[in-house]
Design a protein around this ligand. Structure first.
Ligand code: FES
Length: 324
C-alpha cells in the first residue's frame, strides 16, 4: 500500500506499521550499505580530487596572471591567466558543492511513524562519524580553497600598480620658479626692453618650451592703467605683466587681446578677462581669473619669474579656492 492509499483510506491505518516498517528497513538497509562503503557519509571516497585539482589550477592561474602582469605580458596572456584563475576556482567551488552539499540519494521519509528505528539512529550517527581520512581531505580542500581565493585577491590588487605614480602637486604646481627666464616659442629669452606696449607674446619657462600647463602670455602694459591686486604691486616690473594662457573655463588657449578695452578673450566660449584688473573674468562661463605670474628683471635685462602662478592654472578644480 502506498502513502497516497493510506491518506485516502484511514481504515488502512492498521497496515501502516507493517508498510512503514518495511520501507524503513529498506531505506535503513540502503543507507547502511552506503555508510559502510564510504566512511559513513554515503559518498565515494576520493571525490575530493576534482575540487582540489581545480583549486590548484585556479591558484596557478592567479600566480601566472600576476607574473604575466609584472613581466609586462600582452593582453591575451593576461586574459588567459584570468580565465584559468576564474575557471579553476569556479570548477572547484561547484565540485566542492557536489561533493559535500548535495545529498547522495533521494531523501525518503516514511509516514506514520515518529520514533526512529535502530537503523535510523545508526545511520544518523554514522553521518556525523567522519573518519580521519575524510577529515584530512577536508582540511586540505579548505586550505586549497583559501589559497585559491587568496591568489584571486592578489591578482585583483596587483593591477592597481597600473595607476602609476601619485600626481602629488603636478596638478597645482608648474615649472615656473624664482629666477627662471621667460622664453618665447623658439626658446629665446626675452629682454624687458624689447616688449612693446600692448604687445602679446606666448612664453614658457626656460628649458620647458611647449609645456602646456606652464604656458603664459607676456603683455606690455599701458603705463598707469594697471589696478594691481594688493600684494602684487611688484609683479609687473617695467610695465610687463604675465598671466596663464589657459582659460579657466575648460582650458582653451586665451589668445585674443583687445587693446582698447584691455581685455583678453578666449575664442572657445567667449570668456573675457580684464587685463588691468588682474585678469578678473568679466564675461562668459569662466568662473575664476587667469592666474598671474610674478615677474622680475635679472641683471642682464631679461624677464624672469619670481615664483609660480598665483593659483593653479587651467579649469577650476571643484575645491579650488577663488582668488581675492
Ligand atoms: S574654454 Fe574658454 S570660455 Fe570656454
Amino acid at each position: 500500500m502506498t502513502d497516497r492509499d493510506r491518506d485516502r483510506d484511514p481504515g488502512a491505518a492498521a497496515d501502516t506499521t507493517d508498510v512503514s516498517d518495511g520501507a524503513g528497513a529498506d531505506i535503513a538497509g540502503a543507507a547502511g550499505s552506503d555508510i559502510a562503503g564510504a566512511a559513513g557519509s554515503g559518498r565515494p571516497v576520493g571525490g575530493e580530487v576534482v575540487p582540489a585539482t581545480a583549486f590548484v589550477i585556479g591558484l596557478l592561474g592567479a600566480v601566472g596572471f600576476v607574473l604575466a602582469y609584472l613581466l609586462g605580458a600582452n593582453t591575451q596572456l593576461l586574459g588567459l591567466g584570468v580565465f584559468v584563475m576564474m575557471g579553476g576556482v569556479g570548477v572547484g567551488m561547484v565540485s566542492w558543492a557536489q561533493r559535500y552539499m548535495t545529498p547522495s540519494r533521494p531523501d525518503v521519509e516514511p509516514r506514520g511513524r515518529i520514533a526512529s528505528t535502530e537503523e535510523d539512529i545508526t545511520a544518523f550517527t554514522a553521518d556525523f562519524n567522519i573518519g580521519e581520512y575524510e577529515l584530512v581531505r577536508r582540511s586540505l580542500l579548505t586550505k586549497l580553497m583559501l589559497g585559491a581565493f587568496g591568489a584571486l585577491g592578489l591578482a585583483a590588487v596587483v593591477p592597481f600598480a597600473s595607476l602609476g605614480p601619485r600626481p602629488d602637486q603636478s596638478f597645482t604646481r608648474t615649472r615656473w620658479r624664482k629666477g627662471v627666464r621667460l622664453v618665447d616659442a623658439e626658446g629665446q629669452p626675452i629682454r624687458a626692453s624689447s616688449v612693446n606696449t600692448d604687445a602679446l607674446i606666448t612664453v614658457f619657462p626656460d628649458g620647458d618650451v611647449g609645456d602646456e600647463f606652464a604656458q603664459a602670455v607676456l603683455i606690455g602694459l599701458q603705463p598707469g592703467r594697471l589696478d594691481p591686486v594688493p600684494g602684487r604691486e611688484s609683479w609687473t616690473p617695467e610695465n610687463l605683466g604675465a598671466f596663464s594662457k589657459i582659460c579657466t573655463h575648460v582650458g582653451c588657449p586665451v589668445g585674443l587681446f583687445e587693446r582698447q578695452t584691455g581685455e583678453l578673450l578666449c575664442p572657445c566660449h567667449q570668456s573675457t578677462f580684464e587685463l588691468y584688473r588682474a585678469c578678473e573674468h568679466v564675461f562668459g562661463p569662466a568662473a575664476t581669473p587667469l592666474p598671474q605670474l610674478p615677474l622680475g628683471i635679472d641683471g642682464l635685462g631679461y624677464v624672469i619669474a619670481e615664483g609660480d602662478f598665483s593659483s593653479p592654472p587651467g579649469p577650476a578644480f571643484w575645491n579650488q579656492r577663488r582668488e581675492p
